[in-house]
Design a protein around this ligand. Structure first.
Ligand SMILES: [Zn+2]
Ligand SMILES: [Zn+2]
Length: 139
């Protein structure tokens, strides 16, 4: 059993070719991907509706999460292994290419919360220029 097959097994999903390919695409991408991006990488021969349904199946099973985006389309990324329990990680959106990156979030306890406030979900979005765009300096 490969890595992707064991992920499907762990979350109780049936092993299908498209799910394995989608996991491969998401887990090897350093940026968050839209439905359109995934369909492009899958190439011809895959039903767009099936891709769409599987994205949300993965979200429901905690394999993927929806990330903030540049306002153009919903984007999704793999849940980072060691933050999946708290969900605490930050996102970086590049203002030039629009790519969204998941960032490890070292310490979520540094927020100064008034007494008795409890954080259930923490969303931090950084915006700026990614290294690729910075390198190109075309803007
Ligand atoms: Zn960029
Ligand atoms: Zn993320």
């Amino acid at each position: 059993m490969n890595r992707y097959e064991s992920i499907l097994k762990d979350v109780g999903l049936k092993r299908t070719d498209i799910r394995l390919r989608m996991l491969n695409i998401f887990m090897n991408s350093e940026i968050a991907l839209s439905h359109h991006d995934v369909c492009e990488q899958l190439g011809d021969g895959y039903d767009k509706v099936t891709v769409y349904r599987n994205i949300y199946t993965f979200v429901n099973k905690g394999v993927l999460h929806e990330t903030p985006n540049d306002g153009r389309s919903a984007k999704f990324a793999c849940n980072l292994q060691d933050v999946s329990k708290t969900g605490a990680h930050a996102h970086f959106i590049c203002e030039i290419c629009g790519n969204t990156f998941c960032l490890q979030f070292r310490n979520s306890s540094e927020l100064s919360l008034p007494g008795n406030f409890k954080v259930n979900h923490l969303s931090i979005v950084a915006q700026g220029v990614c290294s690729e765009c910075d390198k190109n300096e075309k803007y």
